[in-house]
Write a protein that binds this ligand. Structure first.
Ligand SMILES: Nc1ncnc2c1ncn2[C@@H]1O[C@H](COP(=O)(O)OP(=O)(O)OP(=O)(O)O)[C@@H](O)[C@H]1O
Ligand SMILES: [Mg+2]
Length: 251
């Protein structure tokens, strides 16, 4: 983890949709270089928090302080522009930021290499890429702008199991190398334990208890055995029960 400078603070954030409370008095702080996994059952408010943190949604109550220069977002679907080749999708944000063509090409090549895309892949249009390749392009596009904060909203949920690990490793390596902070939303406990320094577990209902756990070791340096053991232990932990108990307790 990097220094202790705070990059993002959510203070007593509250939100409701159509009069139904989704969040109440939610607090969160991310330090420089810290990756926090936000985990919880479907519909508990993970995406809502991410959108509030990123400034895509104004909370009804509370405040958000951002102490970072630039953020990027990686969503569950790649959200690529279908009329642009992979290289131009990756370059899109750079172009918007007025980066010159030559430099742009060099930056795209570097990012493509980081995420394991070949020069040949870069000439393809989104429709010609596999789902996993599209998500690689989405990660490369996010990292291309050199963000110091990255928001991930279940980025690998739709990707098949083998590729998921590769993409998780890409994110872990990029975060360590570039020292960006990240809020990583997932409902997969093993993914959370693999990629993050710390875990925040949201309850199903806004008035439930939030559980916070530090994850021993550094992402990328934990052994498979340690990850497996932690997932096993937390799966059996009553505090994590809501994560696994289906939708029966919805009401
Ligand atoms: N624009 C909206 N209008 C009305 N209700 C909404 C809106 N967005 C989210 N909600 C509701 O707010 C709650 C939290 O939604 P949110 O998308 O944050 O959940 P989530 O934890 O990200 O779920 P998932 O794991 O399924 O993505 C849900 O009950 C959802 O139906
Ligand atoms: Mg969501």
């Amino acid at each position: 983890m990097g220094g202790q400078a705070v990059k993002l603070v959510l203070e007593r954030v509250g939100h409701a949709f159509l009069g139904r409370a989704v969040l109440e008095d939610f607090d969160l702080a991310l330090t420089d270089g810290e990756v926090v996994a936000l985990i919880g059952p479907s519909g508990c408010g993970k995406t809502t928090i991410l959108q509030i943190a990123a400034g895509l949604l104004d909370p009804l109550r509370g405040r958000v302080r951002r102490h970072y220069r630039r953020h990027a977002v990686v969503f569950q679907e790649p959200r690529l522009l279908p009329w642009l080749a992979a290289r131009d999708n990756i370059a899109y944000g750079l172009r918007m930021n007025g980066i010159a063509r030559d430099l742009r090409a060099a930056m795209v090549a570097q990012r493509a290499q980081d995420v394991g895309l070949s020069a040949h892949d870069l000439d393809k249009y989104p429709a010609e890429l596999s789902g996993g390749m599209r998500q690689r392009v989405a990660v490369a596009r996010a990292l291309a702008v050199r963000p110091d904060m990255v928001y991930f909203d279940e980025p690998f949920t739709a990707v098949d199991v083998g590729l998921k690990r590769i993409l998780q490793d890409l994110v872990i390596e990029a975060a360590a190398r570039e020292q960006f902070s990240a809020l990583f939303v997932t409902h997969d406990l093993s993914e959370a334990v693999r990629v993050a320094h710390r875990l925040v577990l949201l309850p199903r209902r806004a008035d439930g208890t939030i559980v916070e756990r530090a994850i021993a070791g550094e992402p990328g340096r934990r052994s498979e055995r340690a990850i497996f053991a932690l997932v096993e232990a937390w799966s059996a932990d009553p505090a994590f029960r809501e994560l696994f108990d289906g939708r029966e307790s919805l009401h």
